[in-house]
Ligand binder design. Structure first.
Ligand SMILES: Nc1ncnc2c1ncn2[C@@H]1O[C@H](COP(=O)(O)OP(=O)(O)OP(=O)(O)O)[C@@H](O)[C@H]1O
Length: 319
């Protein structure tokens, strides 16, 4: 749906983005990941024409963005700015209503949609009359998301959407973000420099360095099939933790022993090895039942999971 072809942007002698090409499929969440200054924000802002490329093409549903009126284009694309960027002298309600106002929605339609979003994003009604500085960072971040979602755009661009938060709040908002039904059908391009966040949220990751794409792939591909030394070294130090989060019980299913349970109930095998181990660590039982999408149930303890995980990993490396 979104296609970038050979896109370049220079600032004087600095080549911020250097002949970048990638596609984002409808409904996909593509995360632009890389160190500070590698060109992520510039790439994102070229999609909604906040920045114009020097050369190359960007199309959305086959239409060149340059051929479209910039204002109209932006109204159809939700945008979550770096550092949230709420208007300080607008109430929260006014902040969320910016796009509906531009679209000439009537008061009732705007109010209904705002109330719906407030509820979905776990905010309280009374904050609607507050000003941004009266809200916590996490609340402001949710308001920023509500503002971007209000007109239900099919595309959402997000620049470090959880960047201003402490780690605990960040993790809980990431989880809410993953669970938000409204986001599952959107095409999302998100910028982050936080590696675990990228692996947690992305369908595919576009790893960038010095204005170039170093690798595009699923989290699993980046972990097990690095395209070059940069991609390999970038994940060093975090590799094991990422593998635990990316690999799911269903992935290692064949490596779990055939010790089936008589109990037909079980945890969904779609959970990550990390989550499964956390449940075993914090729970009172030494083993758990897991159920795959064919309805098969297997029993595994901590050692079974570790063994199956290691076997799967070795296999994935040489596959
Ligand atoms: N308006 C500008 N004028 C001059 N140089 C710029 C401008 N905006 C960005 N740059 C430069 O372009 C390069 C890419 O910047 P960009 O903001 O796209 O990177 P980034 O990966 O998003 O970084 P960060 O994670 O720190 O936001 C950097 O070298 C930056 O200094």
């Amino acid at each position: 749906m979104i296609e970038l072809k050979d896109v370049t942007k220079k600032y004087g002698d600095t080549i911020a983005v250097n002949r970048i090409s990638f596609n984002v499929a409808t409904g996909e969440n593509l995360v632009l990941l890389g160190t500070s200054g590698c060109g992520k924000t510039t790439t994102l802002k070229m999609i909604n024409r906040l920045i114009e490329p020097d050369s190359g093409n960007i199309t959305i549903s086959g239409k060149d963005v340059i051929q479209q009126n910039a204002e109209n284009l932006r109204r159809g694309i939700g945008y979550v700015m770096q550092n949230i960027g709420l208007f300080p002298h607008y109430t929260i309600e006014e902040n969320i209503a910016v796009v509906p106002k531009l679209l000439n929605w009537d008061k009732k339609k705007t109010a209904n949609r705002i109330h719906e979003l407030i509820e979905k994003l776990h905010l309280r009604e009374n904050i609607l009359h507050f000003y941004p500085n009266e809200l916590s960072g996490g609340q402001q971040q949710r308001v920023g998301l509500a503002r971007a979602l209000v007109a239900d755009p099919s595309i959402l661009l997000m620049d470090e959407p959880f960047g201003a938060l402490d780690n605990v709040t960040r993790t809980s908002i990431q989880q809410e973000f993953k669970d938000l039904e409204e986001l599952t059908r959107k095409t999302i391009v998100m910028v982050t420099h936080d590696v675990p966040e990228a692996f947690e949220l992305a369908d595919r990751i576009c790893l960038m360095d010095k204005g170039k794409v170093m690798q595009i792939g699923t989290p699993k591909e980046l972990l097990f099939k690095p395209a070059n030394d940069f991609a390999e070294k970038f994940l060093d130090g975090q590799r094991l933790a990422l593998e635990f989060k990316v690999i799911r019980v269903k992935d290692v299913w064949a490596n779990l022993s055939d010790h089936k349970s008589n109990d037909s109930k079980g945890l969904n095998a779609d959970i990550s090895i990390w989550e499964a181990m956390e449940k075993l660590r914090s729970g009172t039982v030494a083993e758990l039942n897991f159920r795959n999408n064919k309805g098969e149930v297997k029993v595994a303890n901590f050692d079974d999971l570790t063994k199956a995980f290691n076997q799967y990993k070795n296999f994935s490396k040489y596959e």
